[in-house]
Design a binder for this molecule. Sequence first.
Ligand SMILES: O=P(O)(O)OC[C@@H](O)[C@@H](O)c1c[nH]c2ccccc12
Length: 407
Amino acid sequence: MEGLASSRVWFDFHSLLNSSYTQNPSSRSNFRKLISFPSAPIDGRRTTNSCVRSRSMNQLKSGTLVGSSVVDPSSESILDELKSKEWEIGALKDELAATQGIRIRRRSPTDPPLHYVGPFEFRLQNEGNKPRNILEEIVWNKDVEVTQMKEKHTIYSLKKALESVHPPRDFIGALKASYHRTGFPGLIAEVKKASPSRGVLREDFDPVEVAKAYEKGGAACLSVLTDSKYFQGSFENLEAIRNAGVQCPLLCKEFIVDAWQLYYARTKGADAVLLIAAVLPDLDIKYMIQICKMIGLTALVEVHDEIEMDRMLAIDGIELIGINNRNLETFKVDISNTKRLLEGERGEKIRQKDIIVVGESGLFTPADIAYVQEAGVKAILVGESIVKQKDPTQGIRQLFGKDISHP
Ligand SMILES: O=P(O)(O)OC[C@@H](O)[C@@H](O)c1c[nH]c2ccccc12
């Protein structure tokens, strides 16, 4: 599959990474990067992904194969060599992403420092290993978190669990139905306790209670934050809402950096996931969209600027695009962002491709809803303004200036 050649999509190699090749997570990540980066030079020779792909998984599993070179996994010098390539490959991957306008680098906090030299284990805070903004920090931490979670739940166990998971609910269908029923953009109401930009939004936070209140108020779909470190969310919340008899389709609001997370989200009851264009290169987006289709997830692809929008409009198979009015690097919110990105040729192309656009973030009043609706959105994603209300059902009424609940 095309995605196997991606510089950032690794899950198919997870069994290899869990193998006896090395017990050291940092070395594992080095090796992972080596086998997933095209033309990584090893042992003075060059190898390619297609070369790695053409070998059997058994060879890979035995820990003996790296491209065209056979290596002894116990050899210190090989590990040192792998490590010494770390910065080089990390930097090249980031360069590749940068050619698509992606500023977020993918160096996890446990990786060696950029100036790693030979066998010396030291680390200085420098431009290379300090996150440049909050999004980069979140993504670096997520990489570490996912690596740990993958050890607990293998892709095989997740695939098995998928066999008994309930059929997915139609996320886009629910948005369209709501739009036709109410004449307003379909509401994706967000179950969010806190955020890095706004702090704690609701002290007495009961996710199931909030979810039920949203449904009662006429929400078409729900978005459930699952990141715990920055948003105080959890997969338990997602699961609890799914099991509480809520009918609305559920978006798993997570920072997806690895295709493994798609399977995990689905086993926890998600009907949709968020893919952030600022974080994922085109090839990862394409690959993840295919996996989403395979396992019944709807992908909401999030963009913030023209470059990201143009990248996503060039990718086939995208049905739902969210325009985030909040810049995730600076937290600045500006709802005219939605309008700007839908003007002219872009808006035309979106209509031709029959893509549903979701206006995301910073929506508080009926005037805000009218403004983004006028700009062309058929759905909105709202958190703060409704989660903060004592009664979130009333919050929805105030947001629209009208009761949009089911009769
Ligand atoms: O609370 P607000 O301003 O209504 O925003 C909701 C939602 O758009 C926001 O939480 C969000 C949009 N994209 C994200 C990506 C990750 C985390 C959160 C988000």
